[in-house]
Design a protein around this ligand. Sequence first.
Ligand code: F6R
Length: 608
Amino acid sequence: MCGIVGYVGKKQAVPILIDGLSKLEYRGYDSAGVAVMQDGKIEVKKAKGRLAVLEEKLNSEGKITGVMGIGHTRWATHGEPSDTNAHPHLSKTGKFAVVHNGIIENYIKLREYLTSKGFEFISETDTEVIAHLVEYYYTGNMVETVAKIVEKVEGSYALGILCDDNPDTFVAVRKESPLIVGLGDGENFIASDVPAILGYTRDVYFLENDEIVVLSSDDVKIYTTDGDEIKKEPFRVNWDISAAEKGGYEHFMFKEIMEQPRAIKDTISPRIQNGKIVLDDINLNADYIKKLDKIYIVACGSAYHVGVVGKYVIEDMTRIPVEVSIASEFRYMNPIVNERTLTVVISQSGETADTIAAMREAKRLGSRTFAVVNAVGSAIAREADDVLYTWAGPEISVATTKAYSTQLNAMYLLSLYIAQELELIDNARLNDCIEALEKLPDNIQSIVENKEEIQYIASKYYNAKSVFFLGRTLDYAVSLEGSLKLKEISYIHSEAYAAGELKHGTIALIEEGTVVVALCTVKPLFDKMLSNIKEVKARGAVVIAIAEEGHTEIEKEADYVIYIPKSDSLVLPSETVVPLQLFAYYVASLKGLDIDKPRNLAKSVTVE
Ligand code: F6R
C-alpha cells in the first residue's frame, strides 16, 4: 500500500525519484507526487493518475531542480484519489513536506486538536496531520521533533520528511509499514521496498519500529526516540529485481497471504475505541436499524462467500434476518427489497459489474446501501450510501486472500456494531469479542508460521483429481472459499458441501483415495463432524481435518490434522481459511502453475 522513495546526493533528484516510484508500481497506486529542495525551499508537484501524468505535469509546469527530495505513490485510504489528497503534504507554512505509507488511527483526534490550534486542512487525508504536527512540535532539531511525533501518533507509518531549515538532510521513521535505507556512494536513499533502489545500490539497512534516520549525501545516522545513536550492519541484497518486487516471495498470492495479520489489524484497530465498536464514517443509528426487517448481502465469488459468513454472524448476534445472494442472480430475481431492507454489498475492487448493477437495483427498490469495499473512490464506494473500507491494501494476485480476510472482519465489526447500538450484547460478551478480534492478527501469524506442515500435506495430494470440502454452519461457509481457492489456482475439481447434506447424494462420488478436507472448528458440532469423517473414511477417503488446538481426539479419525489457535467462535472463520489458502497455494505451486494469473480469470470483472 503506497510507495515511498527518498534521495539525497549529487544528481538531480526528480528522475531518481520517478524511476524509484516506477519500480514500486506493483504495490498499486492512484496518484503520485514529489517534493524537492530547490534553492533552500521545498517545491511540490503531485497528480492524480499514473506516474506518466506526474511527469507530464513536471514537464509542462516547469522542472523542479535539486539534489534532495521525497516521492510517493498513493493508494487511497482516507479521501478519494485526487491531486489534493496525493502526497507529499506540506505543513501550514510550507516549511515541511511529508510522505506517508500506513494509517494514522487517531488522526481525527489529532486533526481536531490541530484545528483548535489554528491549523487548516486542505486534504481529506490522515497524512496531513503529520505535516502540521511536525510544524507544531518543531524544536529546531528534527530527531527530537520526530520522536515527539512518534509519541503522539497511533497506527502504522513509514514517513519521509523534508524541512527547509536543513537543505542537505532529510529524516525518515517507520512503525509497522515497510521502509529501508539504501547506502550509495555519495548518495543515500529511503524506499518502501528494495526494487526502488536496486539500480543504485545493493547495500541496505532494514529499519526496526521507531528508529529515526537522518540522511545526507555522505552519511546516514540512525537514532532511538531517546536520541541515542544506533549502529547497524548493512545487508547486501543479492536478489534479482523481479524477486524483490514481490518482497522476496515467489508469488504475490503468497506475499498477500503473509500480509493478512497486518491487513486485519489495519481494518479493525481504528474501529475499536475504548471498548466499543466505532464506525465513524457510517450513518446507521439505532432508530434506523430498529425499523429494518431484513439485511440482504449481495456480492460475487469470494466476496459472496464472505456474505455467507456474514449471514451466520449477523443473524446470531442481532437476530435480524439476513439473506445472501450472488449479485448476478439478485439483479434478475425480482428480490423482495424495500426501504426496510439494508443492502450490504461486498467488493474488493468496487468495480464488479454485477455487484454495481445489484446495488443500483437495491437502491431503485428503496433500500439503503452499505458497501464493504477495498478500493477507495471506486464506483461502488462512490454510489453506496455508506462505505466501510477494508484496509487490505492493493491486492495483485487474481485469487483473493487478504481482501477476503479483511471483508470477514468487516462482517464481524458490522454485526457487533448493530448488536451494540441495539443494546443486544452485554459488556462482558462485547469485551470477549473485541479481545478475540485483537488477538486475531497474532493467531493468524502463528498459522502462517506453520506453513511447512501444510506444504507437506499438499505435496502428498497435489495430483488429486477431485477434492471435497466439508463443514457445518460457519465451517461450511469457509469451505466454500477453500474449495474456490483450490479450483481457481490449481485447476483441480473441487466442491464444498454442508457435511450433513453429503449423504443425500454426493457421497456417491467418494471412493478410494478421494481427498476430503473436513473443517471441524464449530464447537457444538464437533461430534457431528467426527461422524461425517467416519462416513467418508468408510468409503476410502483420505481426510485432512482442520480443528482447534486441544481437540486431539480427531487424530483417531482423520489422516492429517491441521490445528488452529483456540479463539472465540465469532472470529474462527478468519483462522480456518488460512490453512485452506496455503493448501491451494502449495498445490498450485507443486503443479508449476501460473498462480498469480490463473487461466481464464481477471482480477476485476467489469463486464456482466
Ligand atoms: C476469487 C476472487 C473472485 C472475487 C470476485 C468479486 O479469488 O477473487 O471470486 O472475489 O470476482 O470481486 P470483487 O470483490 O472485486 O467484487
